[in-house]
Design a protein around this ligand. Sequence first.
Ligand SMILES: *[C@@H]1O[C@H](CO)[C@@H](O)[C@H](O)[C@H]1NC(C)=O
Length: 461
Amino acid sequence: MSKYLLLLPPLSVAFLPIYLLYLKPAPPMPNVDLNRWWGSGAPKPSSSDVKPYTVKFGETVIKDLKERLKKHRPFTSPLEDVGFEYGFNSKALDTWVKYWTEQYDFAEREKFINQYPQYKTQIQGLDIHFIRITPPAPPGKEVVPMLLLHGWPGSVREFYEAIPYLTAVSEDRDFVLELIIPSLPGYGFSEAAAKQGLDPLQIAVVMRNLMHRLGFDKYYIQGGDWGAIITSNLATVFPEEVLGYHTNMPFSLSPVMSVFQLLGSIYPRMIVADHLASRMYPMSGHVSYLLEETGYLHIQATKPDTVGTALQDSPSGLLAYILEKFSTWTRKEHRALADGGLEFRFTKDQLLDNIMMYWSPRSIVTSMRLYSECFTKNYMSLKLDEIPTPVPTWTLQAKHELSYVPDIVLKYKYPNLVNSTTMEDGGHFLALELPQQFSENVLEAVKSFRQLQKKNAKTEL
Ligand SMILES: *[C@@H]1O[C@H](CO)[C@@H](O)[C@H](O)[C@H]1NC(C)=O
């Protein structure tokens, strides 16, 4: 046996990233059916009207909700000296249930939610709910459309505090943003699919069709959580329509990410700057954190309807299930606190508004099904994270986000990466937690995208 054989393992380790980055062909672009029908039964002729919509929780729903909250069976006491480590602390839950029943002002909150104009329109058999804000354009400013997408367990409510910043007119910019903020199908007040298969790519098609319905064939997109994955798919499949992509949660399931992650566990500096290394390493810490925190994902990706039945019947259960995520995903350390640190940067009203988006339209089961539709052979085999998109991209990664993707991986998926901003603050629900910082970064991104487009237009002349 030749001693040179010993060189084989290290050589192949070195070759693997080169192969993945430069030699492995990208998967084929998926063919999408722009008219696939998600409503019940066979496709029917449908209206393309866009109708104004007002959120109404409903008297009966409120009365029933209060009765259920009052009549809940006694919660099981938490173990001694325990915060949120075993899940939502039931002592804290008592406070929340009391507030929701006695102090949450349903009429006031409805008014608050309806402060922005909302609409519904039918796309591919589904009634899609969305907020649309068209700010008046002062002379010399161009109005440019942006699609903003939320994730789970969030809703359009996550963007409310950011909207005034995002739509502000400024001397520093020659544009004003027009915002389209839909509820994902099966979330909030958007209708849920009656058929299997409404995965993130198919939702991207629905959203693209919504933008066309409103008269936009070119637009900017922004998303976090599922919204990030859906908008990334949109940028991948409709690059000629997307003027720029901003995300506060870049995400990658590509082998490039896994290989670099592994390499970086040996030589972190190869992959990530020193001051950011703790966001990825030590890997053992991150892997055990993921194991501790992703049980919900496995359940929702396999049997959403079972646990969903309980959540849809019990408002205190729904509250615990959703707010546990707002605690831990904002700061890991909040798991050690008896109140989950929920009011560190959020108010009770903000978080209950979001829960009302699930309780009132009974959308928890259908929201959780998105996990099941994503973890399918069909969707996974599209390997969308491995198809590079030419769309100008800007990523914003908050310090306490659940995952961190280093630039080397971002550039593989988004070769036109204009900026990858890393923040030393903030968690998963960034638009809600730090609306001003979030919005400034989004506006900075659009400004750069526009400068790039002007430059490119000049060189083409
Ligand atoms: C990226 O954006 C941030 C925030 O606007 C800015 O501070 C930073 O200088 C930008 N980096 C590059 C390389 O343009």
